[in-house]
Design a binder for this molecule. Structure first.
Ligand code: HEM
Length: 216
């Protein structure tokens, strides 16, 4: 189908394919966490690989894929959110400032989830790319134990009798916290996309498929 004349190409294939592959991998990882470890781990590797590619693409990619194009100051982001609430937000060709802030938060959340998952896999199963490092460097397990003991000291003076969480528990909890935080961010992300599509009068999910957006 011929693209309409008043649209331009904004999202390159790395951004588009990367986005939908990320959505798929994230949900496969999320729904396989308990009973299908192999599938969970491979979906997690896919998420990690996509995030690494996207981070590099943020520096060397096409115009609107670069962080310099969409990462704005907190003040500019708040101003945009105010305009969005007042239905007077301007139309952006690339990511709008709120979308940019959400993308940074999602990439940090995804990185934290993948890293804590790799640590957990190394400690619990002695597998994965960090297994050798974890086996050699016990700061990976001792440090969380120290943090947990300090936290237990703060929380409850009575829990000093060596009951601190092990490195395994620490990374398990960290992995779960990151995954749940991500779910919250994703819900906000999708709500933001729907609301921005309505205010900016442009179907943003469709643009993430076709790569094209309207020019004013
Ligand atoms: C069905 C659910 C989803 C829809 C409809 C959706 C839609 C979109 C849209 C329209 C954009 C572009 C926003 C803009 O125009 O500024 C975007 C960007 C993005 N979304 Fe989603 N999204 C969904 C789920 C997710 C999930 C589950 C994740 C992460 C696990 C995610 C991560 C991202 C990231 C990282 C970007 C930035 C894309 C880039 O610049 O490479 N999205 N999403």
């Amino acid at each position: 189908m011929k693209p309409s004349a008043n649209t331009i190409r904004v999202w390159d294939p790395i951004v588009r394919i990367g986005h939908w592959a990320l959505v798929l991998s994230f949900f496969v990882a999320y729904f396989t966490e308990d009973d299908f470890l192999t599938q969970h781990v491979w979906a997690g590797y896919a998420v990690g690989a996509i995030v690494c590619i996207r981070l590099a693409w943020g520096f060397i990619g096409s115009e609107h894929a670069r962080f310099s194009d969409f990462v704005r100051s907190p003040a500019a982001t708040l101003r945009y959110l105010g305009d969005l609430m007042g239905h007077r937000a301007r139309h952006y060709i690339g990511h709008n400032p709120a979308g940019g802030a959400m993308i940074v938060a999602l990439l940090i959340g995804l990185s934290g989830t993948v890293y804590s998952g790799l640590m957990l896999y190394a400690i619990e199963e002695d597998s994965g790319p960090l297994a050798g490092w974890v086996a050699q460097d016990n700061t990976a397990t001792v440090l969380p134990a120290i943090i947990s003991t300090a936290r237990a000291d703060d929380d409850d003076r009575e829990s000093r009798n060596g009951e601190g969480e092990s490195g395994e528990e620490f990374w398990e909890e960290t992995h779960e916290v990151f995954a749940n935080l991500l779910l919250l961010l994703i819900a906000l992300h999708v709500a933001g996309v729907i609301y921005s599509s309505y205010v900016e009068k442009e179907n943003l999910p469709k643009a993430m498929i076709t790569g094209r957006k309207r020019i004013d």
